[in-house]
Design a protein around this ligand. Structure first.
Ligand code: GDP
Length: 455
């Protein structure tokens, strides 16, 4: 996400490096470039205007700061202002004093509401809450079933009208018994109270375009359930249309926060950079894929650093903390030093790293990763899958000491894991080489447990 904007901005700011002083003309030229980059990224014009105005004022009035050279100062100003338009401080979800907290989702059809309901439920569950989903999208065929499927995947309960029954509804104009979404919403909340769920996520219907009926229905549900949070779900890929859609929902239903979806497909970032300024409401979460775990709290500061190519080291550290076991990591480090690393250790470490997400995403969070894009694109997850399959095909004794794997075992392992014998050979050879090299490096670095001059 934001790749092209990030490339442009880092390029512009790089050009300032090496200048001892910045003249007003330098600042004007830089601002012109930044302006073009933002416009190309589909950022709404009023947002671009006010952004550039602030940068210019601050850059021209900047005091000479001891620690930062002039170019760094401009980078800092741009960073601060980016954080500002992305919303400043991270906005956390507000919970009701008396449960259940009601969260209503609103947005166009296809924006990703139902998918989000599942993600949000899983996230809430991971935070120790007991969420329940309520299916009020009775418009889109299959939406109720879809919510039931994501609910099941997330391991949370879903309240939905049974097909063919009418909760507060009746026969519609086609003679089909249909439930009334407002009644379903109300019953859902009552059920949550009864069964002591502490958060209720209400999925509502969307249309392909904005229409009055949709707005009236969403407003009706809002009035019936009195949500603590109404989240406007916005597909980041719709570009400039995001502005008018957000406006329409603000007027029609009102919302307390925004969730950006499909950021994984949005290289430009216009919606993300405009929506806060234009609607006055903060971005709470970001979705970056179709899977339940492709979802996170939106941190303006981290996002700004990422856009400016300064990496998102904080997120990386947080993910590492979640998935790494420090004692185990230390034990592995000691084994590396003493040259005793086994394929079992290697497999464990590899799985711990991969739990944090696709390798390319992880590397993408590192500073300067913007320039390594081609290399990142070459990281082949399938190759990693193959390595894992090969090691899994070995017995514990073989993983501890791959030297004992003879020709016929190599063939069995290759067949069992769907690879060629040469792949197994290559993995074992490389493992020995790497173990030797790492151990020697650990010796040179004076790591504890390392044997010096180990060959
Ligand atoms: P709804 O109509 O608003 O309920 O939208 P859905 O939840 O059904 O999502 C519409 C489509 O977008 C589905 O195919 C989802 O898998 C997909 N989708 C949702 N969120 C994301 C996301 O963050 N990234 C990507 N790439 N696809 C998403």
């Amino acid at each position: 996400m934001f790749e092209s904007l990030s490339d442009r901005l880092t390029g512009v700011l790089k050009d300032l490096r090496g200048k001892g002083r910045l003249s007003d003309a330098d600042i004007d030229a830089t601002c012109r470039e930044i302006r073009l980059a933002l416009l190309d990224a589909d950022v709404a014009l009023p947002v671009v205007r006010s952004f550039i105005k602030k940068i210019k004022e601050r850059a021209k009035g900047a005091e000479v700061h001891g620690a930062l050279n002039p170019a760094q100062q401009v980078v800092k100003i741009v960073n601060d202002e980016l954080v500002g338009i992305l919303g400043g401080e991270t906005r956390r979800l507000q919970f009701a004093k008396t449960p259940p907290t009601v969260i209503m989702l609103a947005g166009l059809q296809g924006a990703g509401k139902t998918t989000l309901a599942g993600k949000l439920a899983k996230w809430l569950k991971d935070q120790g809450h007991t969420p329940m989903l309520v299916a009020c999208d009775l418009q889109r065929p299959g939406a109720v079933t879809q919510l039931q499927v994501v609910g099941e995947r997330a391991g949370v309960s879903v309240f939905a009208p049974h097909p063919g029954t009418s909760i507060g509804g009746g026969e519609n104009e086609l003679g089909v018994t249909a439930a009334d979404p407002i009644a379903v919403a109300q019953q859902g909340i009552a059920e949550a109270k009864n069964k002591q769920y502490d958060v209720v996520v209400v999925d509502t219907a969307g249309r392909l375009g904005i229409d009055q009926e949709l707005m009236a229905q969403a407003a009706g549900i809002r009035d019936a359930v009195q949500p603590d949070e109404t989240l406007f779900v916005l597909d980041a890929m719709i570009g400039q249309d995001a502005v008018s859609t957000a406006e329409a929902f603000r007027e029609g239903v009102g919302f307390t926060g925004v969730v950006l979806t499909k950021l994984d497909g949005d290289a430009r970032g216009g919606a993300a950079l405009s929506v806060r300024e234009l609607t006055g409401q903060p971005i709470l979460f970001a979705s970056t894929g179709e899977k339940l775990e492709d979802f996170d709290v939106f941190h303006p500061e981290r996002m700004a650093s990422r856009i400016l190519g300064m990496g998102d080291v904080l997120t990386l550290i947080e993910q590492a903390e979640q998935h790494f076991d420090a004692t185990q990591a230390e034990a592995t480090a000691a084994k590396i030093g003493s040259g005793e690393l086994t394929l079992e250790d290697f497999l464990e470490q590899m799985m711990a790293v991969r739990k944090m997400g696709p390798i390319a995403n992880l590397l993408g969070m590192l500073p300067g990763a913007g320039q390594m894009k081609d290399a990142l694109a070459g990281v082949d997850e399938k190759q990693l899958d193959r390595i894992q399959a090969i090691i899994r095909g070995m017995t514990p004794a073989e993983r501890a000491n791959p030297k004992i794997i003879n020709g016929s075992r190599r063939l069995r392992i290759a067949n069992g894991s769907g690879v060629k014998v040469s792949d197994v050979n290559q993995l074992v050879d490389r493992f020995f080489e790497a173990r030797k090299m790492m151990s020697a490096m650990a010796g040179q670095m004076g790591m504890p447990g390392a044997r010096r001059n180990q060959r």
